[in-house]
Design a protein around this ligand. Structure first.
Ligand code: ZN
Length: 309
């Protein structure tokens, strides 16, 4: 069994939402280069495409058709789906590979081929709802992975832990009536997309902990240690999925939290411990946001180091 398996795909670098867009290919390039340099012995797997059937577990036919069948010609300008979210020539293939990475990673940890996995992919996913691409996200990669774990592997308790600085409104909306999936999130508030208040609790399976701008690493750790990790332990997840956004880093241009790479290392190690205790070690992490390249490099290396145990 591999202690950690890494997934990515060159197609994820070819999703081009426009020259000035902050969710740019250089983000993923930085993560891949930094993780490869720090851990040269870990081999990377090419992410397969998600199937339409796998995507249909969480998305409606209209969104699948919009992303997959629009057909943007090579060299033409990206099509704006909303003011933040665009579809370019390479976007459909990138979206299929990003979602497919999570499915493959779930299969690998469930089969015992790998203990944990990290999917270095883009576009990110956690803002995409069942019907709508938004917030730089086309398909909700982590939701596709969670639904695959529940349906294909018959799991009854899957936890999605989301430490991206933005609230994963799409993931919450997709699972807020499904008690098989628990969604736990810290996120800055106020901030896009505006959801994620503590009163949003689903059917008791949604735990939101908004953080004020300026929240320190110590406060972030205390929130997880005292509030969220005990709830996660009580859920006894059979599989941990992680929406790993590194835009809470103090250098990030889109938000105002004061985290650093050591905070991500700490939380990741805590999540690994929960997975070891309840889920036979099974943990799949997927890259979400993070828009400062230096912060992305050091945070993703810290995250992967903790995933290695
Ligand atoms: Zn984010």
């Amino acid at each position: 069994m591999d202690p950690l398996r890494l997934y990515t795909h060159p197609a994820c670098l070819a999703h081009d939402p426009g020259a000035a867009h902050v969710e740019r290919p250089a983000r993923l390039q930085a993560v891949i280069e930094a993780v490869s340099a720090a851990f040269p012995a870990i081999d990377w797997r090419d992410a397969p495409r998600a199937s339409r059937g796998q995507l249909s577990r969480v998305h409606d036919d209209a969104l699948l058709a919009r992303v997959l069948d629009t057909g943007i010609a090579t060299g033409s300008e990206p099509l704006a789906l909303d003011p933040d979210t665009s579809l370019g020539h390479g976007s459909a293939e990138a979206a299929l590979r990003a979602a497919g990475a999570g499915v493959a990673a779930v299969d690998a940890v469930m089969a015992g081929d790998a203990r944990r996995a990290f999917c270095a992919v883009r576009p990110p996913g956690h803002h995409a709802t069942a019907t709508t691409a938004m917030g730089f996200c086309l398909f909700n990669n982590i939701a596709v992975a969670a639904a695959h774990a529940c349906d294909a592997h018959r799991l009854q308790r899957v936890a999605v832990v989301d430490f991206d600085v933005h609230h994963g409104n799409g993931t919450q909306a997709i699972f807020q009536s499904d008690p098989r999936v628990m969604y736990l999130s810290t996120h800055q508030s106020p901030l896009f997309p505006g959801s994620g208040g503590a009163e949003e609790q689903g059917v008791g399976n949604v735990i939101n902990l908004p953080l004020a701008p300026g929240t320190s690493g110590g406060e972030f750790r205390a929130a997880w240690r005292d509030r969220l990790l005990p709830v996660l332990q009580g859920f006894r997840p059979q599989l941990l999925l992680v929406s790993a956004g590194f835009d809470g880093h103090r250098l990030d241009p889109l938000a105002q939290l004061e985290l650093d790479a050591d905070d991500y290392r700490w939380l990741t190690a805590e999540l690994v411990a929960v997975a070891e205790r309840h889920a036979q070690g099974r943990l799949v992490s997927m890259l979400e946001g993070g828009y400062d390249l230096a912060a992305l490099r050091e945070s993703s290396v810290a995250h992967v180091q903790a995933l290695l145990g």
